[in-house]
Ligand binder design. Structure first.
Ligand code: SF4
Length: 279
């Protein structure tokens, strides 16, 4: 049986950068050292950071001293201000693509646009972007979310960095039916788009597709959903222990892809395990 791994598998640029910054901060800066939420959405990597003293906190309420690292998909403006007020050493590992989305949200709202964010409302990245909007913003997962809008003259549309282009396009098309003036910025990161395209291509060419990544990772879940559209025998796993031999019965080719926060060592383990369980 042949196992094929996508070229784009493994950490993306923003995750690699955040991890490097976090390990460097643990060596250089005053402890206690915290990350605002998990630095990236991969529990195995977060566990390794804990071993060097980087503790995960969900808020800064009880953090009085030391260093705080902002995760790759950003924090809210309120959290940034609070960290400054407390005099904490800040290591901002927010991915530059996420920063760009925050800046567009701010400039659109200052320009009088009602800002629509295409994304998942509960996701910390979206909460962060939302916090840069003056006044109300609208978060929607699809064009359907614009149905109830009326009497709006200026709409600004941006997206969570892990969204698909198709979804953003649909929302922009709907926005044109709702408002006289529509301004949109493509804030989807290229790494996500390339990964999605490559994974969907591979999913069509194999008999079974494995998607590796944290269950709490939005980009991994979206990747699995997209691959499912073209390959019914698809499985999202976090570790090698979840592989089930029945998935590989009668299978000639297995494809492997990963979310943006999956380390290479985990890919290697799963690749080896796939070869074992499929015998
Ligand atoms: S997926 Fe894109 S936006 Fe998210 S951390 Fe990676 S490079 Fe940045």
């Amino acid at each position: 049986m042949q196992v094929v791994v996508t070229d784009s598998a493994g950490f993306c640029f923003g995750v690699k950068r955040a991890i490097k910054m976090a390990f460097a901060a643990a060596r250089r800066y005053p402890h206690p050292i915290y990350s605002m939420g998990p630095l990236i959405h991969n529990p195995q990597v977060v566990g390794r950071l804990e071993e060097v003293g980087v503790r995960v906190v969900e808020g800064l309420d009880r953090v009085e001293e030391g260093t705080v690292i902002f995760r790759s998909h950003g924090v809210t403006l309120e959290e940034t201000n609070l960290a400054r007020e407390r005099g904490l050493k800040i290591v901002d590992a927010t991915c530059p693509f996420v920063k760009k989305a925050q800046k567009y949200a701010s400039s659109l709202s200052r320009g009088g646009y009602l800002v629509v964010i295409v994304g998942d409302k509960g996701h910390p990245e979206v909460q962060g972007i939302l916090s840069y909007i003056k006044g109300e913003g609208l978060v929607t997962e699809s064009a359907q979310g614009l149905r109830t809008l009326s009497g709006v003259t200026k709409l600004g549309v941006i997206a969570q960095t892990t969204q698909s282009y198709e979804n953003l396009q649909e929302v922009v098309s709907r926005a044109l039916l709702v408002a006289r003036e529509v301004r949109s910025f493509n804030t989807i990161c290229d790494a996500t788009h390339i990964r999605q395209q490559e994974s969907m291509r591979l999913a069509q060419e194999v008999d079974c597709m494995i998607v590796i990544g944290g269950y709490n990772s939005a980009n991994t879940t979206r990747l699995a959903d997209l691959c499912r559209q073209v390959q019914p025998n698809i499985h999202h796993v976090e570790t090698e222990g979840e592989l089930d031999p029945s998935w590989f019965r009668g299978v000639q080719r297995v494809g492997i892809t990963t979310g943006a926060s999956t380390p290479n060592w985990l890919i290697d383990r799963i690749r080896e395990e796939v070869a074992k369980v499929s015998h």
